[in-house]
Design a protein around this ligand. Sequence first.
Ligand SMILES: [Zn+2]
Length: 375
Amino acid sequence: MEEKFVRNMSLLAACLTVLICGSLYYLPALEVQAQQYVEKQMRARRERKEREEMLAKLSGPEFLDYMTEQARATAQELAGEQHREAVEALDFPQQLRLELPKNVSRDHVTIENHYVDRTIDITIGGAGEDYLVSYPMIGKSDHIEDLNYFQEADGGTVQLAMEQVCELSLDWEEPYLYIDFVRPKERYDKIVVIDAGHGANMPGATIGGVMEKDIDLAIVQELKRLFDAAGDETLGVYYTRLDDSDPAFMDRSGLANDTGANLFVSIHNNSYPSPTVNGTTVLYDEKKPAGGNSSMHLASILLDKVTGALGSKNRGLSKGNEIYVIRTSEAPAALVEVGFMTNPAELSNLTSEAYQKKCAQGIYEGILQALEEGY
Ligand SMILES: [Zn+2]
């Protein structure tokens, strides 16, 4: 019994010796392999970092062009059927193609077009930090001035800065979203730009805690409801603000100029040292020709319609060339001073929803009349 145990132990020791000696023989080779693996990893990491740094230095359009070239080069490297399919997939008529990350559907995509600052935000739920590199956006960079990507808690936003105001035309073929950009004039027969005065830290006249900017905005929001309800798809209506923001003057008339507007209407309210002064006046550009579809004629249409709707005192037209937004608007422009906030009775009216609605109705009808007259 004991003898058998000793014999087994010797056998085991012999086997272990062979095994250990054998491993020692192969150990240097294993070590070389491990070293090669680490070097390869480091090289890949270095290359990736270099690529990211290179991409970060590119402008938006350059980045887009680079990614598009890369996609073409990758497709060229493929063979046979795969090559044909990959090349075909890159041949699309639209301007841009975005790819949704895996497990992300179109329901997770929201698009906001900020016309005044000419940026388009495409927010993709579930998109990660490396979205633009992992799911390259490809296509042509016309109209695009810059391209940025912002990582957020639950996704990311691709922000396109456009050279001009553009509308979007979308085609979904999941996981791809194809985008075309069209100029407002290509989409609409007529274009109107509405400007609510002041905003944010620029309240305009402030009387007894009531700020002009809020009345101006309330009227514009009523006006938007009227245009939205009419749902005329041949008419494009753009607003310089629909919230408590304060676009720069040049961006206000700039929106009218950039969209190629047929007319521009700014909405304000007045103030005067004497509380007895009240009524409606409309400003126009007296330095532009007065005949036909002029700034002056637009102002007179609006004055008639607004005083008619409100029953307010008609104070006539006023010269407005000194006002930046009137002077710089290429389209016929009118600035409606609805009423005097310094007149207590008129202020009370101006803060009432019913009066704001009537005012919006008057401006709405005036705009429709002007368009019918051929503006
Ligand atoms: Zn004002």
